[in-house]
Design a protein around this ligand. Structure first.
Ligand code: SF4
Ligand code: SF4
Length: 367
């Protein structure tokens, strides 16, 4: 049986620290050995302050670091941010400042190893340091996600794919969200964090996980050894069937979900959480897919008055579908696979997903 712990919490450091210490004690933190390296994997999507809810809050990370040091372990913070340099993310998020008196190693994921995962992906390259970590603590942020609905415990481990390999895998999974969910579960299964604690104190709703999302105070910390059980419990907290989250569905199909979950603490009830608008995956006969993708599925659009032409989106786009013409962004919608990575990485919230006219008309007519 999987255990999932809920605690009502804020960022007031004393009580927050107590809650995190409790969770780590119950979830096996006592196994950390003297001088053992402990990998802490927060959500460091990009350079953003904690008030944006884009990154795991520095106080959650600090309490985790202090726990590890208290056990005699050597904390190490690692990730592979989608935008901005690792160093800049650590500065802007306030993590470096929060840990200025602590002995912590900061190391971006750089080297990968190939892991065999069978069909349909066969082999995935994952950060060696994550694969070989003697003890890993996963610290995700509870956020909405325009492509996968939510980013929670399982999705956070996707940061263990190094740099531009991430959009490359988006490209390989194409517009097939079920396939991408399966890939996420494979990555999670390969790195298998010992403990997951989700920062749902200041969460994000709406068109997350980047700057287009809206911070939403929920006041919950959610912990467990099994990130799939944690994610399923969070779905219940947000009032949805856990299997509407595709990573949970993929985990069920792979025989990794469905165990009974023992809840420790009171699960808060969260009303009217605003989930992102997600396009239906392309459906129907294959010959119609191109037509449907062009005319029915939401496409990325740019607000030229906000865009700074910084280049983050076109550098990241796995389909190389973005170019600049006459100082304006141009999307090649035939190449675009609708992964919405560009929206995720835009530091100025200049991009949004919008339904083409035909798709909107059909929705109006058929409701
Ligand atoms: S859309 Fe955003 S990421 Fe792309 S160039 Fe403009 S400001 Fe930069
Ligand atoms: S343009 Fe945006 S949505 Fe389309 S493939 Fe590139 S990153 Fe993905």
């Amino acid at each position: 049986m999987a255990k999932v712990i809920f605690r009502q919490a804020g960022y007031d450091y004393g009580p927050l620290r107590q809650n995190i210490f409790y969770m780590l004690d119950v979830l096996g933190g006592g196994a950390i050995k003297k001088d053992q390296s402990v990998l802490i994997k927060p959500n460091l999507l990009g350079p953003a302050g904690p008030e944006t809810a884009m990154v795991t809050h520095p106080m959650v990370i600090r309490a985790t670091v202090e726990y590890v040091i208290g056990k005699g372990g050597r904390p190490r913070i690692s990730d592979s941010p989608a935008m901005g340099s690792f160093e800049k993310v650590l500065q802007v998020s306030g993590i470096k400042e929060a840990l200025r008196d602590h002995d912590v190693l900061y190391e971006e994921f750089r080297e990968s190893e190939t892991v065999s995962v069978g069909d349909p992906f066969k082999k995935i390259e994952i950060a060696s340091d994550a694969l070989n970590a003697p003890f890993m603590i996963n610290l995700p942020k509870l956020k909405s996600h325009t492509q996968m609905m939510l980013t929670l415990g399982v999705k956070n481990t996707y940061g263990c794919i190094v740099g531009l390999r991430k959009p490359e895998w988006h490209f390989r999974a194409g517009a097939n969200r079920e396939m991408f969910a399966r890939l996420l579960v494979e990555v999670y299964r390969a790195v298998k964090p010992a403990v997951t604690i989700v920062d749902g104190i200041l969460a994000m709703e709406g068109q997350g996980p980047g700057r287009s999302g809206v911070p939403r105070s929920i006041g919950a910390l959610i912990g467990g050894n099994d990130a799939i059980a944690v994610d399923m419990s969070i779905c219940r907290m947000l009032g949805i069937d856990p299997f509407t989250l595709l990573t949970n569905r993929a985990a069920l199909d792979m025989g990794l979900a469905g165990n009974r979950i023992d809840i420790d603490g009171d699960m808060p009830s969260v009303s009217a959480f605003r989930f992102p608008e997600i396009t239906p995956v392309v459906f129907g006969p294959k010959v119609l897919h191109g037509f449907m993708r062009r005319h029915l599925v939401q496409r990325p659009l740019c607000d030229d008055s906000v865009c700074k032409r910084c280049g983050e989106c076109w550098r990241y786009c796995p389909a190389k579908a973005i170019t600049v013409k006459d100082k304006k962004l141009h999307f090649d919608y035939d190449k675009c696979i609708r992964c919405y990575c560009c929206i995720e990485v835009c530091p100025y919230a200049a991009l949004r997903a919008e339904e083409p006219v035909l798709g909107r008309s059909i929705k109006k007519i058929f409701g």
